[in-house]
Design a protein. Structure first.
Length: 233
């Protein structure tokens, strides 16, 4: 049985007593009914991981003794996805959860010309990222950026390469052929796809046009396909 895994943004990097957040404390003592002596694992979402032995279990202030610290190296290259909002907010949340489990390191909620609705619930989405990070036993929490207009994103400086997925005909590369040693940002359009003008703007910005297969995918499905292909090039 795996050790229960918790997220603590303010986790110290040295041994000693540490009081869990109220949310983690409640989960430990009320939901999981953990008692003193139980061992848990903690991460700060920035690569730091350690063990904690429960000293005092309380629904608001559970105290643990920290030990066995480990700093996980950051990946040499990071894969981020900019994806348009979709009409069904639950589908966007599903995408965020699954793409985090796959290993995507950053998300840009994108507002394109054909984006119909925007449902940005930052606190809820951050919680989804944390839960998915813990579920998949990762120690780096993806960065959730604020919603951004297509034109603004395409024009801002990028530390890495820009990939662009769209449904219009034209020359496209397979993601598997793209350099995996540098940071990558991949753009996924709305349910009505990017406009011809947006595709032109992306090309002018130096984006590499890529293919996600021979079938037409929903936005969130395209996002998952892209996540898998990016992480397993």
């Amino acid at each position: 049985m795996s050790i229960p895994f918790f997220y603590e943004a303010q986790l110290p990097a040295t041994p000693g007593l540490f009081t869990l957040s109220e949310e983690s404390s409640k989960h430990c003592s009320v939901v999981l009914r953990m008692k003193p002596g139980t061992i848990i694992a903690l991460t700060n979402g920035l690569g730091l991981k350690c063990l904690g032995e429960i000293v005092a279990a309380d629904k608001k202030k559970t105290v643990v003794q920290l030990s066995a610290f480990e700093q996980t190296p950051a990946p040499n290259s990071k894969n981020s996805i900019a994806i348009s909002f979709v009409k069904n907010a639950a589908r966007m949340e599903w995408f965020l959860e699954k793409a985090t489990e796959i290993g995507i390191t950053g998300f840009y909620p994108l507002i394109a010309g054909r984006t119909e609705r925007t449902h940005f619930k930052k606190e809820r989405w951050e919680q989804i990222l944390v839960s998915a990070m813990l579920q998949s036993q990762q120690t780096y929490k993806p960065i959730l950026h604020d919603p951004i207009q297509f034109k603004q994103l395409i024009q801002q400086p990028l530390n890495g390469q820009l990939l662009f997925a769209h449904c219009e005909p034209g020359e496209k590369k397979a993601i598997q052929s793209i350099d995996q040693s540098v940071n990558t940002l991949l753009l996924i359009g709305p349910e009505g796809d990017f406009t011809p003008r947006e595709i032109e703007m992306a090309a002018q910005a130096g984006a590499t046009m890529i293919s996600l297969g021979n079938t037409r995918l929903r936005t969130e499905t395209a996002g998952i396909a892209a996540a898998v292909l990016l992480q397993h090039r």
